[in-house]
Design a protein around this ligand. Structure first.
Ligand code: NAD
Length: 268
């Protein structure tokens, strides 16, 4: 595989499982040195397994504990990464979670927790990444001074009953991403989102764990397969590489057609 990210340093949040782990593995295959972030001490073992897989593939990675919703922990993660590796070239703003409830039963804690991780976490990490990109400027490793990939969701455009906090967080990610892409494009910083559809990970295990659930889910996916983390990881490599150099402020939907109004598949 051509190493399109050779010598670049990537922080990937929430990378001890699911899509984040998939992105870490694909970015490392493309030559990036990867910081595999995880939020709580208990996540260390899973993060270390991702690091071991990357090293076994010939790549370079470390694990790093940081709760992305905590400002001091985020500034610490960026400072330590710069100290260890000299800079940060790529941020994959991936950490996210769900705390679902019917709207009238949703507690303020459930609302605040999802917004804190999914939106404020992306703000804090993007802010620290951009400060470092601006400090360093374009350094010859890439046409950009830095790249950010925000992990959004098809629910940045598809309303989702029973998940108002999650959908609001992803809608927020969409306009934060576009706004900062506009603000920093003149500084050669590229910021885009990936909006996954249904990707088989721990976050949505209930949606595909039985044949009955899977068949229901497939009704929403014109391509008739559930996505895999590698589908997202490969898209992340493209968005992080100079192959997408003129792509800025856009959301790449990687969803097997989920946003194509599958209800109209049979002529409406
Ligand atoms: P996942 O549960 O496997 O991954 C989420 C990761 O975020 C976990 O590793 C978790 O430890 C981490 N995390 C949670 N809180 C954190 C915090 N405070 N600080 C740092 N890390 C934290 O699920 P996933 O499906 O891989 O989700 C990854 C991202 O993809 C999320 O943003 C999610 O919203 C998005 N997404 C997933 C799907 C899907 O179908 N799986 C679809 C659309 C969007």
């Amino acid at each position: 595989m051509e190493q399109k990210l050779k010598g670049q340093i990537a922080i990937i949040t929430g990378a001890s499982s699911g899509i984040g782990a998939g992105c870490a593995i694909e970015l490392a295959k493309a030559g990036a040195t990867v910081v595999v972030n995880y939020p709580i001490p208990q996540g260390k073992e899973m993060a270390e397994r991702v690091v071991e897989e990357i090293i076994a593939n010939g790549g370079t990675a470390i694990s790093y504990k940081c709760d992305v919703s905590k400002e001091d922990e985020v500034t610490g993660m960026f400072a330590d990464t710069v100290k260890e590796f000299g800079t940060v070239d790529i941020l994959v703003n991936n950490a996210g979670l769900q705390k679902d409830a019917p709207f009238t039963e949703m507690t303020l804690d459930q609302w605040n927790y999802v917004l804190a991780v999914n939106l404020t976490g992306q703000f804090l990490c993007a802010r620290e990444a951009i400060k470092e990109f601006l400090r360093r400027g374009v350094n010859g490793k890439s046409k950009s001074a830095g790249k950010i990939i925000c992990m959004s969701s098809v629910h940045e455009v598809i309303p989702w009953a029973g998940h108002a906090n999650y959908a609001a967080s992803k809608g927020g990610v969409m306009l934060m991403m576009k706004t900062i892409a506009q603000e920093f494009a003149p500084k050669m910083i590229r910021i885009n989102s990936i909006a996954p559809g249904a990707i088989a990970t721990p976050i949505n295990h209930d949606a595909w764990d039985t044949q009955a659930h899977l068949q229901e889910l497939l009704k929403l996916i014109p391509q008739k397969r559930v996505g895999q983390v590698g589908d997202i990881g490969k898209a992340a490599v493209w968005l992080a590489s100079d192959d997408s150099d003129y792509v800025n402020g856009t959301t790449l939907f990687v969803d097997g057609g989920m946003t194509l109004y599958p209800g109209f598949e049979d002529n409406g």
